[in-house]
Ligand binder design. Structure first.
Ligand SMILES: O=C(O)CCC(=O)C(=O)O
Length: 241
């Protein structure tokens, strides 16, 4: 999929599925790093625990699409890992993430996008992310239906995933996480991308010297991690071509 096709798909349906975005040795290595971080209860501090995850921030499987969607002033908001245990009734209700934001006409805006990278299969009865395609265009305040079960949402699409798949989703798309009724834990990396003039959850000092060094060595990583550039305003930051 070209970045233009990705942007068109995102504009039309509010999300993009990248099958097999990670595969083979790369997927195995990332899975291993994830397991190590999980064992140390460090899924919230992935970049310090496993600097290997830095390479995912601008990974060629999805970053060209993120760049086409958010624009040249893109910045990372966070990267975190999460596990939903097997047989856990801990789905999230249907919602859109940006319903409390002000001064933005969300159906017209690309203010925030989320990336999910799946490191284990998510079967039909697993903790699937589900979306309502096209809901990112609903007028603000459009009421969510009052429904008792996740599956009662009209027009929803449940995203059954294979390990290595990724999904990019508009923060304004209606979505939910289904209960995990499978025997498989769900393992996912979640990140969010915004514009440079917004607030990232990171400061350079949050990272250990080795990670800081790698961020500082790259123009694009400096931008993605919100590092100021002398003489360049927040409005003017752009990736290298
Ligand atoms: O975990 C998921 O699949 C969905 C997470 C979610 O609802 C959110 O990020 O707002």
């Amino acid at each position: 999929m070209t970045p233009e096709q990705a942007r068109n798909q995102y504009d039309a349906q509010g999300f993009i599925h990248f099958p097999g975005a990670l595969a083979g040795a790369e997927l195995a290595e990332i899975q291993e790093c994830f397991e190590r971080a999980a064992k140390e209860k460090a899924l919230g501090d992935l970049l310090n625990r496993e600097p290997r995850f830095l390479s995912l921030i601008d990974h060629p499987a999805w970053f060209p699409a993120i760049r086409a969607v958010v624009g040249e002033d893109v910045m990372l908001r966070y990267l975190t890992g999460g596990i939903i245990p097997a047989r856990a009734e801990i789905g999230s209700g249907w919602h859109c993430d940006l319903s409390t934001i002000r001064a933005i006409n969300l159906p017209e805006s690309i203010i925030m996008t989320k990336l999910f990278v799946y490191l284990a299969d998510v079967p039909e009865d697993g903790a699937c992310l589900a979306v309502v395609p096209g809901s990112h265009r609903y007028q603000m305040g459009h009421p969510l239906p009052d429904i008792a079960r996740h599956e009662d949402m009209p027009h929803h699409r449940k995203l059954v995933m294979k390990a290595g798949d990724a999904v990019l989703m508009s923060g304004y798309t209606w979505h939910a996480r289904f209960h995990n009724r499978s025997d498989h834990a769900r393992k996912v990396l979640e990140s969010s991308y915004i514009h440079f003039w917004m607030k990232t959850q990171y400061e350079l000092n949050d990272f250990k010297p080795e990670v800081q060094e790698r961020i500082l060595a790259s123009h694009n990583l400096r931008q993605l991690f919100g590092v100021q550039e002398p003489g360049v305003s927040d409005w003017e930051r752009r990736l290298l071509p």
